[in-house]
Design a protein around this ligand. Structure first.
Ligand SMILES: [Zn+2]
Length: 454
């Protein structure tokens, strides 16, 4: 079978892909001005698109779109226009609504026309095909919310590949596991937290460990985690398969756009046909090159979205480029997601993500620690730390309490030498850090009330 979903775009040299997309951006922008009141206002004073090699530089100077702007645009929603000023088609052409997950405030809603549904099915299929899903797979789809990007849209993508979808999300976990066995599920998709949770608790929930279910392919996503070696190897051991693939997308743009190939060395961009992606410095917003080791925020422009198009949408996802060529022959950049740009912490001028601290902690002391970590902020807006960053990690059940302080010192030393950041580590007893079946929150606030009361 053909190893690519879209052989032409996946293997064309990346600069040619970008040039092809840039030609389409000029049309997209003319179209936005004509159809979207939101973008008509935003693009006031912006001239027409240049042609050829000038386009990328020109694009890099166009205004960015933030989620807050889109949310505010929906605060004013006239009758027949529930999606506010961003809605670029008549309601009669909208066939489905999608909701952002609402993890960073009131959810924002998006629309899909019939053509958008087609484009999403193709884009999501492209990502999951890259992640190894094939027509003979039975995919246990464990996302419980139909309306989020990982809900109906993922089911569409699996179906487009020709796989059989068993949408078990929403069932109690023990029923999920039973149904997976009954339907001979060969693949499973869930948030990284949930695939970890099932592999940890499968035996208690259903009487047999996850690795005896016969699942051969594990797809996680929606949050960072599988990019961290220790977490990946625990998931692999828990499910009894090395086929563990990280994936990522977002409802604001395209439900799944990034996925790992068989090389499993970072997620390829798979949205070439529908979305242009840029990398920017989140602080000064300048474009960054797709070069190994460069990190920045992903910014997306939809090329064919009809109902709710976006131009240079700031995802808030902070990526690091892990490669620009691959043994699989795909030419798109490969990345890992470090976390939300909002999760970035600054210790005496050094930037660090909670996921990086977790990664180093598990690498330095993984034989004694669970993959659970919690970082404490004093208040919700705290980003800077002048004192060592307070971190809790959880001991494995077989570790004696007398060893906790030794483990804590070892983690502090590893984080200091590898990340140039000081942390104050407390090792806590097994089970003390709350597990999330959906997405793990690595940063907690001691005083959620800004007034500082308990
Ligand atoms: Zn590859």
């Amino acid at each position: 079978m053909e190893p690519y979903w879209n052989p032409e775009l996946e293997t064309k040299p990346w600069p040619e892909v970008v040039a092809w997309q840039c030609q389409r951006v000029a049309q997209t922008i003319a179209d936005l001005r004509a159809r979207s009141a939101f973008y008509r206002r935003k693009l006031e004073g912006v001239g027409g698109a240049p042609s050829g090699p000038e386009v990328p530089r020109w694009l890099g100077q166009l205004p960015l779109t933030s989620k807050d702007e889109l949310r505010r645009a929906q605060d004013v929603a006239p009758s027949g226009q529930p999606l506010g000023a961003q809605q670029a088609v008549d309601l009669g052409r909208v066939v489905r609504f999608v909701s952002s997950s609402g993890t960073t405030g009131r959810p924002v809603y998006y629309g899909l026309t019939r053509a958008d549904v087609e484009a999403w099915a193709d884009g999501v299929a492209n990502a999951f095909f890259t992640a190894g899903i094939r027509p003979d797979d039975v995919v246990a789809h464990l996302v419980s919310l139909p309306m989020v990007a990982g809900g109906t849209a993922y089911a569409l993508g699996f179906e487009r590949i020709g796989a059989a979808v068993a949408w078990l999300g929403g069932l109690p976990p023990e029923r999920m596991l039973e149904s997976m066995a009954s339907l001979q599920a060969s693949a499973v998709l869930a948030t990284t937290s949930f695939v970890s949770y099932l592999s940890e608790h499968g035996e208690r929930l259903s009487g047999r460990p996850a690795r005896q279910l016969g699942v051969r392919k594990v797809l996680g996503g929606g949050e960072p985690g599988l990019g961290e070696e220790e977490i990946r190897s625990r998931v692999a051991a828990g499910w009894g398969t090395d086929h563990v693939r990280d994936t990522m997308g977002l409802g604001d743009v395209l439900a799944s756009m990034w996925a790992e190939c068989d090389d499993a060395s970072g997620m390829h961009f798979n949205g070439q046909a529908h979305v242009l992606v840029e990398l920017i410095d989140p602080l000064d917003q300048e474009p960054l090159p797709w070069r190994e080791g460069v990190s920045g925020e992903a910014v997306y422009t939809t090329l064919d979205r009809e109902a709710t198009p976006v131009l240079r949408f700031r995802s808030g996802d902070h990526l690091v480029v892990t490669g620009t060529s691959c043994r699989c022959g795909r030419t798109s950049p490969k990345v890992r997601c470090l976390g939300r740009t909002d999760d970035m912490l600054i210790y005496k001028g050094m930037n660090v993500f909670p996921t990086a601290i977790r990664n180093v902690a598990l690498d330095a002391a993984g034989e004694g620690l669970e993959p659970q970590l919690r970082i404490w902020k004093e208040h919700p807006t705290q980003v800077r730390f002048d004192d060592p960053i307070p971190v809790e990690v959880e001991a494995r059940p077989d570790v004696a309490a007398e060893r906790y302080s030794l483990l804590a010192r070892r983690v502090e030393e590893a984080v200091r030498s590898r990340l140039q950041v000081r942390v104050a580590v407390t090792v806590t007893p097994p089970g003390s850090i709350p597990r999330s079946a959906y997405k793990a929150a690595l940063v907690q606030v001691r005083s959620p009330d800004l007034a500082g009361r308990d």
